[in-house]
Design a protein around this ligand. Structure first.
Ligand SMILES: Cc1cc2nc3c(=O)[nH]c(=O)nc-3n(C[C@H](O)[C@H](O)[C@H](O)COP(=O)(O)OP(=O)(O)OC[C@H]3O[C@@H](n4cnc5c(N)ncnc54)[C@H](O)[C@@H]3O)c2cc1C
Length: 390
């Protein structure tokens, strides 16, 4: 088969693009270096038969109906509204506070009397149902409210962020700190989006359905860089000039041999543990915001709704700097002025090839939620086939 388009990567960026181009009649070659589709959303059964997310827990949520409708062609959904608690030391052992910090957290942290006073002050100052940032609370003239801001900063935010990003408190971007919310509501859901859920048969099945099309040729265990070369404005596929579109969703720096230096990332080590119990923790995800060297523990059965008595699997996440060593996966781009300037050099190099399109969290060096990259992939692929995105 000869191809009109080549796609590197079978995560959301690559798979959505492949599907739209294929439905428009393009013949598409998808090259994926891993032995499976799905990118970081890949899920599979572990040895005890529990459905796990190999690259960290993924919960789908969006307000974008176009994205939800598109994905719904490839999966039915299990309704699931994620809840997260912060687990931290307390006077009599440990306590769990809903995150984002809300009115229920306030009661648990301060007891009925003091929390009632604080709640009254908060609601009369900002209104019920609002999300107030800790910057706003810090600026309040009432010392009780600025003390509350300090409590949330100390107990929920600062150590967790230090673990996640390997930073000292001084290094944490004040703009990020300022945005930490206190939710003046009893709503304990982590997301408030209109559409929330999990693919009923898992993400991998969703991806397999999306990529199953006569015009899509999928090659797993194939690094696109071994087949594509970029020379003097020309793209070569296995040595021959390729004049179609190339959508690349791998790391932008690696595409060009890291010629300007490596883009820095945070990586994660995952520790999966299986227990002989129905469930072992109270919520889908428990954040460790004051102590422990891992950031959070997720128990998959909460997310997937899998019924399997007497056995359950959790994953602990440990964050550290990405070094580029074999087997390490770059997870989170590090957003600052230096990395933006470095990325711009790679983007400029890519722009010398008009049919090369960088798409996705690695190629664009930015964090995307799943719905946002699906929206980005729909927009790019519809542009390539000359269809209006709306
Ligand atoms: C721990 C963690 C938890 C997350 N949880 C959520 C969540 O709950 N909800 C949410 O909405 N989002 C979540 N996300 C974000 C989500 O993972 C991303 O939105 C999504 O992965 C982006 O898709 P992508 O296609 O850009 O990248 P990826 O999923 O990384 O896919 C890129 C693919 O390209 C392949 N590739 C790379 N280089 C090459 C090459 N040279 N040749 C061939 N193939 C190549 C990779 O192997 C990979 O399969 C989470 C992210 C992390 C890290």
């Amino acid at each position: 088969m000869t191809y009109d388009s080549i796609i590197a990567g079978a995560g959301f960026a690559g798979a959505v693009t492949a599907r739209v181009l294929a439905e428009a009649g393009r013949r598409v070659l998808v090259l994926e270096q891993r032995p499976h589709v799905g990118g970081n959303a890949f899920d599979c059964l572990d040895e005890s038969g529990i459905l796990i997310h190999q690259y960290g827990p993924h919960i789908f949520h969006t307000n974008d109906k176009t994205v939800f409708d598109f994905l719904s062609r490839f999966t039915v959904w299990r309704t699931y509204e994620h809840e997260v608690v912060a687990n931290l030391p307390a006077e009599n052992g440990r306590m769990e506070l809903p995150v984002p910090f809300n009115l229920a957290s306030l009661r648990l942290a301060f007891g009925p009397e003091r929390s009632a006073q604080l709640q009254e002050k908060l609601i009369s100052a900002y209104g019920a149902g609002t999300k107030v940032t800790i910057l706003q609370l810090r600026e309040a003239t009432d010392p009780a409210l600025s003390d509350l801001a300090q409590y949330v900063y100390d107990h929920i935010f600062v150590r967790y962020t230090m673990k996640q990003w390997g930073q000292t408190p001084e290094e944490i971007d004040p703009a990020v700190t300022a945005r930490v919310p206190v939710f003046l509501s009893e709503d304990c859901r982590y997301f408030q989006d209109t559409y929330q859920g999990m693919p009923l048969h898992g993400y991998t099945a969703l991806f397999e359905n999306m990529l199953r099309h006569d015009n899509v040729d999928l090659r797993l265990n194939t690094d696109a860089r071994e087949h594509l070369r970029f020379e003097n404005g020309t793209i070569l596929l296995d040595g021959a000039e390729f004049t179609g579109d190339v959508i690349y969703s791998g790391p932008a720096d690696e595409l060009f041999g890291c010629c300007f230096g490596r883009l820095p990332y945070r990586t994660l080590d995952f520790k999966f543990e299986t227990f002989p119990a129905d469930v072992v923790q109270s919520h889908g995800t428990v954040n460790y915001t004051m102590d422990e060297d891992y950031t959070r523990i997720t128990e998959f059965k909460h997310l997937t709704g899998q019924v399997r008595p007497g056995v359950t699997t959790t994953v602990k996440e440990y964050s550290r700097a990405y070094t580029g060593a074999d087997g390490e996966i770059p997870y989170y781009a590090i957003a600052n002025a230096d990395t933006a300037a470095l990325y711009a050099k790679y983007a400029e190099k890519a722009a010398q090839f008009p049919r090369l399109h960088l798409l996705g969290r690695l190629a664009e060096y930015r964090y995307y939620n799943m719905d946002a990259i699906v929206a980005g992939a729909l927009a790019l692929s519809r542009k390539l086939i000359g269809e209006s995105a709306c």
